[in-house]
Design a protein around this ligand. Sequence first.
Ligand code: ZN
Length: 507
Amino acid sequence: MNAEQAVAELKARDREIYLLNHCSAILGWDQETYLPEKGVDERAEQLAFLRKLNHERETDPAVADLLASAGADDGNPMGVASLPPLDRAFLRVRWRDYQHATRLPTELVVKIASVTSKARSAWVDARRDSSFKKFQPHLEEIVELLLEVADRLGYVDHPYDALLDQYEPWAKTAEITAVFDDLRARLVPLVRRICDAPPIDASFLSGKFPVDKQRAFSERVLAKLGFETGRGRLDVSEHPFTTTLGLDDVRITTRFNEQFFNSAVFGTIHEAGHAFYEMGFNRDFAGTRLADSISLGIHESQSRFWENVVGRGRAFWSHFYPALRDQFPERLGSVSEEEFYRAINIVEPSLIRVEADEVTYCLHIILRFNLEKALVSRALSVKDLPEAWREQSREMLGVVPETEADGVLQDIHWSMGAFGYFPTYALGNLYAAQFTTALKSDIPDFDAKIGAGEFAPILSWLRSKIHLHGNSKTANELCEDITGSSLSSDFFVEYLTEKYTDVYGLR
Ligand code: ZN
């Protein structure tokens, strides 16, 4: 079999995996939205069955033979040079996924599933009682297992590289450390300056905002942004998410809080950003793993671009605020557009990551990134984690949690063994800002377009530059192609400095 035939066969095999993934997605979507309480057990069995079918296809030894026929190996995952570039990009992803799926022995995977399942319920109890001691032995076991995972997956410089790579393919700990250290050095003084400025009143964002009106407004925004209701839908779930059930079926969820305006609208815009990415893959990629995102960081760049750069921008509300005020006259009747704009951009160093504003958010991430790295390099032991957390929080955010529930126990990620996941949230902010700079040079009247409610040129720029390419590039290749340079914190820091100098009237 020659290389071309091998690629064709691998793509044909991808079709079944693709269909199985979408079948799992609909079961998962239903579980989070409409599944009756008592259906949970059988649903878990259905999902596990599909996962097994998928795993068999991902790890079929015939895949190794086909990859070898196409010339893809450790030193050259893209295969023989004579293949078309998109086939070589496909091979790179197929080779990588095969390594990931086959390097971890089944016993280790089963062990991790059992340890993290117990850890998750221990974490729930520990958080309720605000007692890290109850979670500590579970986390110790998880760290040991993750070190074994890192060894099995393989790394050159740092065991954290192997963990990070699961969520942010090809990213390197040393590169991210350099970018984050630089970001931290420049964010901390900016936060201090903002804290010294006169505070902003955001009290009118809390109070009664009837859910039906919030929903109507969210749907209006979605339609205007270009969310195609013939190819997706909006539902309600406890934790908002986006899921892809097919090339023309991408669903998002949101949650409504009657007492707080921000949750539903900004959550909906955020998920719409994820959905636009999933709806925009090249149709020629359908049925293969190229019809996928590059990484969690790039995915998050799309949601944060729409939520923060667009949705928390002045131009956006110069377009939408009159309609919003008409919807909620009791709450916003006497609030000016400027007061509203400043209130949705309030900055307050706080203890809880998920409630953080866009200026302090990355500091929460850098804190977790530093601690995860220290744990897997054994520079920090699990028992000393709460104290290390308090110290970093004091240094970076200037606040110290009084309880462990509000500190080291606040996130679910570590109980799931998801080390290397957190950095992708901050990478999303950085990529979003860097891409925006390129977007604005191609669309100089960016703000005027938003102010006029013209979002189509912006969406089509993202489509052609990012979405269309699916998973055919690495994050770094994409960033270089769009912006001419690799990831840097410069663009995000400039964006924040310019925006918040204005919002807070800094000098
Ligand atoms: Zn997101």
